[in-house]
Design a protein around this ligand. Structure first.
Ligand code: RP5
Length: 166
């Protein structure tokens, strides 16, 4: 999975290495669509200075959107949104203790003025976060727009009309 990509348009960030199995679903769909991204561990609590630097430099480095995943007291997406105008998509990572509802509530209830676009809990949320990021980048990239249209058409075509027995 890519990370040595030059000129990343999407930043995938997560609070911990333990979030990567979830967040790599965002990376996988960006790979599939040919969108350059970087993946970084940036913890609101354990590496606050790294978080501040990431948010402070994001727009200047050319990032167009950030997909931020965290679990539990999931402050990373909201704190990043407070530090950069680059749109932040939040992914609530599933937790053992509370199933990810804790992550969801931590991410979704932002105060007026600092939005975070919040996805579903877990892998589906991470994949959708990657797709949403690609769709944002595609606003200025017609070739990518065409690849997303083809991706969606292939998904539709893969759905059978009638159910079958297992
Ligand atoms: C959060 O705490 C991370 O986003 C992660 O989901 C959760 C647990 O982290 P680890 O204890 O597994 O590093 O900051």
């Amino acid at each position: 999975m890519a990370d040595a990509q030059t000129d990343p348009k999407v930043g995938i960030v997560m609070g911990s290495q333990s979030d990567w199995p979830t967040m790599k679903e965002a990376a996988a769909v960006l790979d599939e669509l040919g969108v350059p991204y970087e993946a970084r561990i940036v913890s609101a609590h354990r590496t606050p200075d790294r978080l501040w630097d990431y948010g402070r430099t994001a727009a200047g480095r050319g990032l167009q959107v950030i997909v931020a995943g965290a679990g539990g007291a999931a402050h990373l997406p909201g704190m990043l949104a407070s530090k950069t105008r680059v749109p932040v998509i939040g992914v609530p990572v599933q937790t053992r203790a509370l199933g990810g509802v804790d992550s969801l509530y931590s991410i979704v209830q932002m105060p007026r003025g600092f939005p975070v676009a919040t996805m579903a809990i877990g892998g589906a949320g991470a994949l959708n976060g990657g797709l949403m990021a690609a769709q944002i980048v595609a606003l200025g990239d017609p070739g990518l727009g065409a690849r997303i249209d083809a991706w969606r058409a292939a998904l539709s075509a893969s759905i059978p009309e009638a159910p079958v027995d297992d």
